[in-house]
Design a binder for this molecule. Structure first.
Ligand SMILES: Nc1ncnc2c1ncn2[C@@H]1O[C@H](COP(=O)(O)OP(=O)(O)OP(=O)(O)O)[C@@H](O)[C@H]1O
Length: 222
């Protein structure tokens, strides 16, 4: 489902953020990506979304070679990938419902389907009763759940998260990780970048560790 073949990424300023990376993440797998600040975690996620392009090597998503993908195809790629960020990136001038509906509006989903699908996503993250509120009125953990509902509302087969628990206390962090696990249990491929080694160790999934842009461990738990 996700394959990196000898991938290097050099930014325009010459910095080499990823070096000769080889990895495969199978359909339906759940993995954590860890490593020091600047190790290349966000860069790896950006390559999967085609927010950045590999300088060398190939990235394949569902067998599609992203280096050969024209920019017109990128929006179709992104429909397969839900993304959750640390700082939620919610719109505070719209309701919770409207925030979660956004990807469906962009995709041009039939308006009669939007309500049902948004409520299904809000139900999964336990926020059905808060759809009319402005996200500013929610706690940090709830805001992160809105971000997760928005990422999964169009049922993407791949879910990426970049430090999704960075601002949360340990209890809320565990709850958010359990939510990711629930999506994984119904077949979603999940890749989470996180610094939180103790939480990652407790979860017991495959861990990929980057150091200076290289994959230094892959596999077993921490
Ligand atoms: N657009 C860019 N232009 C130049 N250098 C960049 C760019 N984006 C990231 N980098 C550099 O590439 C390296 C890897 O950055 P990246 O954000 O992938 O690391 P990270 O592991 O996600 O770090 P953190 O945990 O701090 O978020 C860093 O040295 C960073 O400064």
């Amino acid at each position: 489902m996700i394959r990196f073949d000898n991938v290097s990424k050099r930014y325009e300023n010459g910095h080499e953020a990823l070096r000769q990376l080889n990895l495969t993440i199978a359909e339906g797998e759940m993995c954590f990506l860890t490593g020091h600040s600047g190790a290349g975690k966000s860069t790896l996620l950006k390559l999967i979304m085609r927010m950045e392009k590999a300088s060398q090597g190939q990235v394949f998503i569902n067998g599609q070679n992203l280096s050969r993908m024209g920019s017109g195809q990128v929006p179709y790629l992104r429909r397969n990938i839900g993304v959750v960020f640390q700082n939620h990136q919610l719109l505070f001038d719209r309701s919770v419902f409207d925030n979660v509906a956004l990807p469906l509006m962009i995709e041009g989903t039939d308006p009669s389907d939007i309500g049902r699908r948004v409520r299904a996503a809000l139900d999964k993250v336990g926020l059905l009763k808060k759809e009319k509120l402005n996200p500013i009125m929610l706690s940090g953990g709830e805001q992160q759940r809105v971000g997760i509902a928005r990422a999964v509302v169009n049922k993407p087969p791949i879910l990426l998260a970049d430090e999704p628990t960075g601002n949360l206390d340990p209890q809320l962090s565990s709850e958010i990780m359990n939510l990711f696990e629930q999506f994984n249990e119904v077949g979603v491929t999940v890749l989470i970048a996180s610094h939180d080694l103790s939480l990652i160790a407790r979860m017991g999934h495959r861990v990929l560790t980057l150091s200076e842009g290289q994959l230094v461990t892959d596999g077993g738990m921490l």
